[in-house]
Structures are given as structure tokens and as C-alpha cells.
Design a protein around this ligand. Structure first.
Ligand SMILES: [Zn+2]
Length: 247
């Protein structure tokens, strides 16, 4: 077990171009409620599936908007953890493409310079016609209207039934092709597209390090498994790799 961990560290030390894939596991220690955990209090009577859809927004835009405003507040109160900071330090030393399924902004607040958010971003807004909306929406109880076209403004997350943002997918695909090593963190690997990216990386024959407390369906394809929590494993793994003389 120790030997595998040391080999993983050595592989990370050697790689100059690293693909990082992250999922909910990295935000868990920051107490970011998962999608379904955000169904408490006033919101307990709704199912996430009935709030996070284009149909729900069309039916009751104020309700959906208010749920997102509440989720934004929960995320604002959360702080990046040691896992987020460790990935930011990796990006200072190497070419890192950070692809995340998370919609929170903790990678950015932890110092990661460039985050490819394949499920969109909780704090972004755009109108129903796709125009970006940059104005402050903090405290608004109902969605504003787009200055360009007058359509309602909605959160910039990917809803059930929607396709993933094309630009982010293309960047993630190219990151998979360029990487010398992949680090897969805190994702069950069941959710597409993360599963596909990790599998493509493994299929290219590059080393793939999986960091997760439990085995996942992807584990058999990973080169190295490091069992543990992201906020504990990443500082140690990345810290050692960056101190290594081969870096
Ligand atoms: Zn518009």
C-alpha cells in the first residue's frame, strides 16, 4: 500500500502536464451541502429534480431563483479546504487543467487560476437566450431581466435534461489528450462526463491516480488508488511530489 502511494507520488512529481478531475468529495470537508442536502427547512417539500429543470423555471421562476439564491448563500458561508489549496499549489508548479463537476466556487477561492466547470457555475448567470448577465444579483428575490433581450436571467448551472456547456467539454477533451497524468479526486466516477474523462485518460495509457475514500466503479482502471479524504490525501501527495528532486 505504501509502495503504491510512493509510486503515485513519484509519477506526479515527474508529470509536467496534469489533468485533475474533481467531484463532490473535495467540497464535502467545506460543508458544501450536496444538491440533495440542500433540501432542508423551507425547501424540504420540494425535490431537487423539481427545482433544477428548465420546466421548473418556466413554471415558477421566482421559486427556482430563490432556491438558488439560498444555495448561493450556503456556498458563500463555506470556505475552501486543504484539498482545494493543494490543487492550487500544484497549478503553480505544473501545467494543470482542472476539470470539475462541482458548481461551487471553492477551487477559484482556493487559488486555482483556471477552472473548467463542466456542470456550470452556481454564481454565474445568463438569460434564457444565453446572454451572460454580469450585474450583481445578491439579495434579489426574483430573477432580473436580460439587458440585451429582456428574457429572464437564470443561474449558470446545468439543469436536468440540459446538455453540458460545449466550450467546457471541448476544453476538458483537449486537456485529456494533452495530459501526462490524471488525478481523479472525490468523484464516484458514475456521473458522466467525469467517468468518460477518467476512462479516456486511462485508455491513453497515462498514469491515473484515484483519490477517494471508497473504491469506485472506475477503480479497476486506475493505475494507483489512494484511499482517503481529499483534504487529507492531496496536501500530502502534492506536497511530497513538489518537494521531490525530479520536479
Ligand atoms: Zn438575453
Amino acid at each position: 500500500m505504501l509502495a503504491a502511494y510512493e509510486r503515485a507520488t513519484a509519477a506526479l512529481a515527474k508529470a509536467q502536464n496534469v489533468l485533475v478531475l474533481t467531484g463532490a468529495g473535495i467540497s464535502a470537508a467545506s460543508d458544501v451541502p450536496t444538491f440533495r442536502d440542500a433540501q432542508t427547512g423551507l425547501w424540504a417539500k420540494y425535490r431537487a429534480e423539481d427545482l433544477a429543470t428548465p420546466e421548473a423555471f418556466a413554471r415558477d421562476p421566482n421559486l427556482v431563483w430563490q432556491w438558488y439564491q439560498w444555495r448561493r448563500q450556503l456556498v458563500r458561508e463555506a470556505q475552501p479546504n486543504a484539498g482545494h489549496y493543494a490543487l492550487a499549489s500544484l497549478a503553480q508548479a505544473k501545467a494543470v487543467s482542472l476539470v470539475t463537476q462541482n458548481v461551487d466556487d471553492l477551487h477559484q477561492r482556493g487559488g486555482s487560476p483556471d477552472v473548467i466547470a463542466v456542470h456550470g457555475a452556481l454564481f454565474d448567470n445568463h438569460c434564457l437566450n444565453g446572454h451572460a448577465y454580469q450585474a450583481e444579483t445578491d439579495g434579489l428575490e426574483s430573477p432580473p431581466e436580460c439587458a440585451q433581450c429582456g428574457a429572464l436571467v437564470r443561474p449558470g448551472v446545468v439543469w436536468f435534461g440540459e446538455s453540458l456547456p460545449e466550450h467546457a467539454l471541448q476544453r476538458a477533451d483537449s486537456a485529456v489528450r494533452m495530459a501526462e497524468l490524471a488525478l481523479v479526486v472525490g468523484t464516484s466516477s458514475l456521473v458522466w462526463p467525469a467517468a468518460g474523462f477518467a476512462e479516456s485518460a486511462a485508455a491513453r495509457g497515462i498514469p491515473v491516480i484515484e483519490v477517494n475514500p471508497q473504491a469506485t466503479p472506475f477503480s479497476p482502471q486506475a493505475t494507483y488508488h489512494v484511499r482517503g479524504l481529499a483534504e487529507q490525501v492531496l496536501p500530502a501527495l502534492i506536497g511530497t511530489a513538489l518537494e521531490s528532486p525530479t520536479t
